[in-house]
Design a protein around this ligand. Structure first.
Ligand code: NAD
Ligand code: MG
Length: 293
């Protein structure tokens, strides 16, 4: 059995109950998610590239950061200050590959911070070739009547405004053949009742991707989105789903389990790679077999 089969087979539902306060820490999940720390093998596909990844401390962003470093890229990660413990581990893993690692904590709901984030990343990396808009807020709410304006606003600021602000700032630096990848979701096409605000933001990101690809194609910049299905990350256990759903997370997919973050990283590598030079304006789904998008 390969490393990957062995790893994923070991992480089947049911999972233990494990409530965390958002944003939560990947390092406190049971079982620990697999971000590829021990097994992702690079092939130099992003050699010499410089990437900024929001939400790069944990989950999908962390798996992408590890994969990018092993593919030869220098990587800057953004995350919230309370996630320093997770971020510290990622920075060490990037450095272990001999790549430049830049830690840029801060809240992307603030436009000025988003502008500073891009400038800091460019200065410390010495340029920018790849932007991954991946930070996300997901807090479930049973009824629209209980969904506050503050919560609605926080979800839109994190998931929709921040990618807009960060992308705008990054365009001053991105030159052909650059790539932008936005993390959307299967929620964009198949929304859950419990995720009324979140699902809307992920549909926004899919459309943002398609329209922006049309603007930036003539400049040689490709824009794609990745739409994950259920992935085993702390987003889910820190209020993204009710605990009853966390315990059975991913069970109703054809593969019968959630994806591990390492399993989606190759899509982000491929889409960022110059090898994929004709793919733009598309939403690429990885959801364990439901075929939602
Ligand atoms: P995660 O919690 O590990 O990552 C989300 C990250 O977003 C956090 O680590 C945090 O650093 C960042 N973030 C949140 N609010 C922020 C803010 N205000 N400022 C700065 N950073 C902030 O969970 P994940 O599942 O890896 O999430 C990554 C992306 O994947 C998100 O956009 C999420 O919506 C999307 N997604 C996840 C799943 C899934 O099942 N896990 C499914 C579809 C889409
Ligand atoms: Mg995190």
């Amino acid at each position: 059995m390969s490393d990957i089969q062995h790893r994923t087979n070991a992480k089947q539902p049911p999972f233990p109950e494990q409530r965390q306060t958002p944003p939560g820490l990947a390092s406190e999940m049971q079982p620990l998610p697999d971000h590829g720390e021990k097994t992702y093998k690079g092939h130099g596909r992003l050699a010499g590239k410089k990437a900024l990844i929001t939400g790069g401390d944990s989950g999908i962003g962390r798996a992408v950061a590890i994969a990018y470093a092993r593919e030869g890229a220098d990587v800057a990660i953004n995350y919230l200050p309370e996630e320093e413990k997770d971020a510290h581990e990622v920075i060490a893993l990037i450095k272990a590959e001999g790549q430049i690692a830049v830690a840029l904590p801060g809240d992307v709901r603030d436009e000025q911070f988003c502008q500073n984030l891009v400038e800091d990343a460019v200065n410390k990396l010495g340029g920018l070739d790849i932007l991954i808009n991946n930070a996300g807020r997901q807090q479930y709410c049973e009824s629209i009547e209980d969904l506050s304006t503050e919560d609605f606003d926080a979800t839109f600021k994190t998931n929709v405004y921040a990618p807009f602000w960060i992308t705008k700032a990054a365009l001053r630096h991105l030159k052909a053949p650059a790539a932008i990848i936005n993390t959307s979701s299967v929620q964009a096409a198949k929304p859950s009742a419990l995720l009324l605000d979140y699902a809307q933001t992920k549909a926004c990101l899919a459309v943002f991707t398609k329209a922006l690809a049309k603007q930036l194609g003539p400049k040689g910049i490709r824009v794609n989105a990745v739409a994950p299905g259920p992935y085993w990350t702390v987003l889910q256990s820190s209020g993204g789903q009710p605990q009853e759903k966390v315990k059975q997370f991913g069970k109703d997919t054809p593969l019968g389990r959630p994806g591990q973050p390492v399993e989606i990283a190759p899509l982000y590598v491929t889409l960022a790679s110059d090898e994929c030079s004709y793919a733009s304006g598309q939403v690429w789904c990885s959801d364990g077999g439901d075929g939602v998008l």
